[in-house]
Structures are given as C-alpha cells and as structure tokens.
Design a protein around this ligand. Structure first.
Ligand code: HEC
Ligand code: HEC
Length: 281
C-alpha cells in the first residue's frame, strides 16, 4: 500500500532567478521553482510568517512551525547563507537531509517534516529542488534548536538508493507520486495510528488528523471516494488551489493553498485521478 503512494512528475513554469555560479541546468532550476512554489511547498513550513501570511521577501529562511505539548519545533533556514543556512552543505547533503532525515553531522531530523514520504522523491526532483534552493537570495537568520518532549524516530530508514518517478502518462501513478512524496497530501490526510503518525497502511487518505494553531482547530478531510463521492473534479481543484470547500466555506490552515494555486492543470488532474482510485474509507 505504501508503494501506491509512490509514483511520477511533470513540467512547469519558472519563478527562479538563476545563480550565475550554479552548475545546475536552467531546466533543473525551473523544475525546482515549480515544485517548490506549486507542489512541494517546503516554504509552508520553512518560510517565515508575517501579518499578511508568508513573508516571501525572506522566503525559505525558517520559522517556528509548532509549539505544542509535544514539541517546540523550528524549521531551519534553507537559503544559501553560509553561516545560518545551507550555503556550506553539498547537494548530496541537502538531498540526504530531505529524503533520509540525516544532517551532515549525523543527527536525525525530527517531525513534523514528512521525511517518510520524501524517501520516495525522485533523484531528478530532489536535485531540482536543491538547484532552486541554490538560486534563492541568501537570508541571514539563525533559528533556535527544536525541543522535543516526546521520543523522536532514531532513524527514518536505510539509505535511499536511486529513485525515479513514474511515467507521467500513467495519471494514477503519477498523481500518487505528487500526492505522496512531493506534496505530502497523504501525510496530513491519512488518519493517525496509535503513535500519532499517519497510518498509510490502513487509513490512507481517510482524514481525521487534527491541527491546532492560531486559527483554532482544523481537521483534515477524507479524500478517498467515500469523502469526495459527490464532489466534481472542479470542486476538488477549487478546494486545493483556492481553499474553498464544496459548500463555499473558507478552509483553514495549515494546508498550503497559496502554493497549490500555482499547480498546473496536468498535475491537478493527475492528483484527482489518484484520489478517485483510492480504496474507499
Ligand atoms: C511540515 C513542515 C515541514 C515541511 C513541509 C518541510 N520541512 Fe524541512 N524541516 C522541518 C523541521 C521542523 C525541521 C527541523 C526539525 C528538527 O529540528 O529536528 C526541518 C529540517 C530540514 C532540513 C535540515 C536543515 C538543518 O539546518 O538542519 C532540511 C535540509 C529541510 N528541512 C529541507 C526541506 C525540504 C527540501 C522540504 C520540501 C521538500 C521540507 N524541508 C519540507 C519542517 C518541514
Ligand atoms: C499540512 C497538512 C495538509 C496538507 C499537506 C494538505 N492538506 Fe488538504 N486539508 C488539510 C486540512 C486540515 C483540511 C481541512 C481544512 C478545514 O476544514 O478548514 C484540508 C482540506 C482539504 C480539502 C477540502 C475537503 C473538504 O471537505 O472541505 C481537500 C479537497 C484537500 N484538503 C486536498 C488536499 C490535497 C489534494 C493535498 C495535496 C496537494 C492536500 N490537501 C494537502 C490539511 C492538509
């Protein structure tokens, strides 16, 4: 079942300023810009919040993500600043941190970063995200270390080998790849098991995860055919891109609607095809 979350990719548009020193190809930076700003939305955790929402002038420079009974977690600065960001990290070190949750010093990254799903991110997409991270303005911003008051995973699994994405022509597989290892829809939309982590085996897409924050409390919806039975494709796309539910209600955070607004129709269609293919829960 876990493997059904793992599937392909697409091409996109460009928001990037291309670093003259970057060895990455322009197309990798473009692909990374699209993924970052429309699908993967790493900035939903790693970009600071101002009074008007995400502060894009300091994009990806880190923020306090959650302060709960369980933990006080800071998502670090991912910009190329050498002292406080990833400027001193190699491409391979950034990819390892993202897909395996291991930093260059060997320490393990804690939740809620969805590293278990990122393990399935393709080499090409991981490299594209890194190429894009190299191209964003360096911001000097040092964040405190996270404090965990519960045990955290000692490891997210063995080293990740080579990963390729499914063929985009296979809409369901490709949509599953986007909804899993890239956009992590399934991390938030699968019912938590006893440990509090999403139960991908028995409750994939069944919803019911609770998110507390300044908005109050939001509960993720059931995205299997049971939950979306009477939703049209257009209604699903509007919820994802505009944060408006079927009945017109404005949806609450922390889902990154503002990022998904930039998603191509091809990718949106693939994700919907995947959701419609899930076992009913
Ligand atoms: C749900 C929130 C969330 C999302 C989404 C997320 N991260 Fe993170 N990330 C974190 C947190 C929190 C930490 C630090 C955890 C800790 O302190 O152990 C972190 C740590 C990291 C680190 C280690 C940085 C360091 O200096 O130690 C890297 C690299 C990273 N994330 C990259 C990414 C990339 C790339 C993406 C998108 C593909 C992403 N993250 C998406 C929350 C998130
Ligand atoms: C960070 C967690 C998170 C991520 C990632 C996320 N969602 Fe959500 N989503 C939620 C929450 C919470 C709600 C309910 C918000 C509310 O009721 O106000 C929601 C609501 C929705 C709804 C509206 C359902 C309804 O009944 O109104 C749809 C459709 C949806 N999400 C699809 C997706 C898709 C597709 C993705 C990936 C592209 C995704 N979500 C990623 C947390 C998330």
């Amino acid at each position: 079942m876990r493997n059904s979350v793992v599937a392909a990719l697409a091409a996109g548009f460009c928001l990037a300023s291309i670093s003259a020193t970057s060895p990455a190809s322009d197309s990798a930076v473009e692909r990374g810009a699209y993924l970052m700003n429309a699908v993967a939305a790493c900035g939903n955790c790693h970009t600071p919040f101002g009074p008007q929402g995400p502060d894009m002038s300091k994009a990806l420079s880190g923020r306090l993500v959650e302060d709960t009974e369980l933990w006080t977690v800071y998502a670090p600065n991912l910009t190329p600043d050498v002292e406080t960001g990833l400027g001193g990290w190699s491409d391979a070190e950034i990819i390892r941190a993202t897909r395996e949750g291991v930093r260059p010093d060997g320490t393990v990254i804690g939740p809620p970063m969805p590293i278990g799903l990122y393990r399935g991110m393709s080499d090409a997409d991981a490299e594209a995200l890194v190429a894009y991270l190299r191209s964003v303005p360096a911001v000097k911003s040092a964040l405190p270390a996270s404090v965990y008051r519960v045990p955290t995973p000692p490891s997210w699994g063995p080293p990740v080998g080579r990963v390729s994405a499914p063929d985009p022509a296979d809409q369901v597989a490709y949509g599953g790849y986007l909804a899993g290892p890239v956009a992590h829809c399934m991390e938030c939309h699968s019912t938590p098991g006893p440990s509090g982590a999403p139960d991908f085996v028995n409750e994939l897409g069944a919803g019911g995860m609770v998110f507390k924050g300044p908005w109050g409390e939001s509960v993720s919806a059931n995205l299997t055919p049971f939950g979306l039975a009477d939703w049209s494709d257009a209604e699903i796309a509007r919820a994802v891109r505009e944060g408006i539910s079927k009945d017109g209600r404005k949806l609450m955070p922390p889902m990154g609607y503002g990022y998904y607004a930039n998603m191509t129709d091809t990718d949106m269609t693939a994700i919907i095809a995947y959701l419609r293919s899930l076992p009913e829960k």
